[in-house]
Design a protein around this ligand. Structure first.
Ligand SMILES: [Zn+2]
Ligand SMILES: [Zn+2]
Length: 172
């Protein structure tokens, strides 16, 4: 048994290099992210802000840029959802349109059981396989606007201390 077996499973960081090549990095929570890696397409050096990851795989800040605000979204492949709907539409005339109702149930079930992906507000890097604690709430437009337009965009709503880790869901 290797030391990392007692810790969380490896987690995954995905982001696009400036050249457009998708980078997928596997990170063992015990070891943390590498400090940098080289893009296999443009050979540019990509610097990772390692850290802010606890030994159980809990994520406290973006592994790429170090920004502490992230949002959760369901990791449902769009193509899969569309395929379910397309098959249901084709079958509809033969099933007296019951297939459409079945498709809605399947889509809902898919959505419910798919894992969360954590997305950085700042650089859009995606993090998969992280521990469920600390939890990062769903997308908050006010946070995205503050980052896009600067502090003036959202008056009186500065960043929460510690970022979004364990923050409540947005009310709007
Ligand atoms: Zn590149
Ligand atoms: Zn980031």
């Amino acid at each position: 048994m290797s030391p990392s077996d007692s810790l969380g499973p490896p987690v995954q960081l995905r982001f696009d290099c400036e050249c457009g090549a998708l980078q997928v990095v596997q990170i063992a929570p015990a070891e943390g992210a590498p400090e940098s890696l080289e893009c296999s397409r443009c050979e540019g050096t990509l610097v990772l802000e390692a850290g802010r990851l606890d030994g159980d795989g809990g994520l406290f800040a973006c592994q790429l840029c170090g920004h502490p605000e992230l949002f959760s979204k369901k990791d449902v492949p769009r193509a899969l959802g569309l395929m379910v709907v397309a098959v249901a539409a084709v079958l509809a005339p033969w099933t007296n349109y019951a297939s459409l109702a079945v498709a809605a149930v399947i889509d809902f079930a898919l959505y419910r059981c798919m894992p969360d992906v954590l997305v950085c507000y700042e650089c859009q890097a995606e993090h998969r396989g992280y521990a469920s604690e600390p939890r990062h709430p769903g997308f908050d437009r006010e946070i995205a606007e503050r980052l896009a337009f600067g502090k003036r965009a959202v008056m009186g709503k500065p960043m929460r201390a510690g970022g979004t880790a364990g923050a409540p869901e947005p009310e709007h």
